[in-house]
Design a protein around this ligand. Structure first.
Ligand SMILES: NC(=O)c1ccc[n+]([C@@H]2O[C@H](COP(=O)([O-])OP(=O)(O)OC[C@H]3O[C@@H](n4cnc5c(N)ncnc54)[C@H](OP(=O)(O)O)[C@@H]3O)[C@@H](O)[C@H]2O)c1
Length: 290
């Protein structure tokens, strides 16, 4: 698999990485199967694993931890805090580390900054960003990150406030023309040397009938790596096959892909976007340029 550098961290990762939200009962994945999928992912070269405190009441982190316990050195672990206060975030980190059976995470993310009020809450005095800096000073966290899937302007503002090491952003082909992280955010992040991780690449399943083109679209963007939420061996195998044989999409092919999926570019098919994106501009309080 092609590998790419991960911002200024000195690390490189294969283009396909593992979204760990779905290795849970709620997605019909048993614990044994989850462990088998994660072990196979490592055996096949995947190194980057994303999870979060909030996923399935801890089941996602706990299951990942059952592999981390044996293969820590082979895995880059990114988890997240949902809590915006410093003390609350530190409590979540403590729980995450126990579930993950490790004493540090490679990356800790401020989770799902869906609007400017939540960004303010994370970055205020006494907010979770303080927890992240403290945890990094104490060695529990190696790199500080932030995630957003609603509006690229929120993350541009986040980078103005703090030198985050990485950003996890919505980069499906469905997103390409609407509040576009590809058009608005990637150039800013890349100019600053901030690592970028693509998510929502299969549109939360809206693009499950277009796996190959969806993944090739995302791999073709100037991103550090792409996480895909996988919940079965069959999905892992299919996604690996696309990643291992990746060639960039020529412009004509990309255009044909956009045309085919355009009917899906609708708010109900893209619940992760800012809910007001389909309203006329004068109705939309997007705080652009703030
Ligand atoms: N704000 C945040 O920070 C945030 C939010 C959400 C997720 N995440 C992270 O991002 C990861 C990726 O999730 P996402 O939300 O971006 O969703 P996604 O990757 O766009 O979609 C994941 C879904 O796509 C389907 N899928 C995957 N591989 C497939 C294949 N080969 N064939 C057919 N279907 C396939 C599966 O759904 P079905 O089996 O149901 O079809 C899977 O559950 C998550 O695991 C999580 O780690 C982060």
């Amino acid at each position: 698999m092609e590998t790419r550098s991960f911002g200024k961290t000195g690390r490189s990762f294969p283009i396909l990485s593992f979204g760990g939200q779905r290795i849970v009962d709620a997605h019909q994945c048993t614990e044994d199967e989850a462990i088998r999928i994660v072990n196979t992912a490592i055996d096949r070269g995947i190194r980057y694993f994303d999870t979060a405190w909030v996923y399935s009441d801890g089941q996602a982190e706990t299951r990942l931890g059952k592999v981390v316990k044996h293969r820590r050195a082979e895995m880059w672990i990114a988890t997240k805090t949902w809590e915006t206060s410093c003390e609350g975030a530190l409590r979540q980190l403590e729980t995450s580390l126990k579930r993950l059976q490790t004493d540090y995470v490679n990356e800790w993310r401020l989770h799902n900054v869906w609007d400017f009020a939540r960004l303010d809450a994370f970055t205020r005095k006494g907010g979770a960003l303080e927890a992240a800096i403290r945890a990094r000073d104490e060695g529990m966290v190696r790199h500080i990150s932030i995630s957003c899937h609603t509006d690229p302007q929120i993350l541009i503002e986040a980078l103005n406030r703090f030198p985050f090491d990485s950003t996890l952003i919505a980069l499906s082909a469905l997103d390409h023309f609407i509040l576009s992280f590809a058009e608005e955010f990637l150039p800013v992040a890349n100019a600053k040397g901030v690592a970028t991780i693509a998510m929502k690449v299969l549109g939360l399943g809206s693009l499950r009938h277009e796996v190959e083109r969806s993944l090739r679209y995302a791999f073709g963007l100037p991103v550090s790596t792409v996480i895909v939420g996988m919940e079965s061996m069959a999905q892992l195998e299919q996604n690996l096959a696309v990643a291992e044989s990746f060639t960039p999409m020529p412009d004509a092919e990309r255009l044909a892909f956009f045309k085919d999926i355009m009917p899906l570019v609708r708010p109900e098919k893209m619940p992760w976007k800012a809910t007001d994106w389909d309203k006329p501009a004068e109705w939309v309080p997007r705080h652009r340029g703030r």
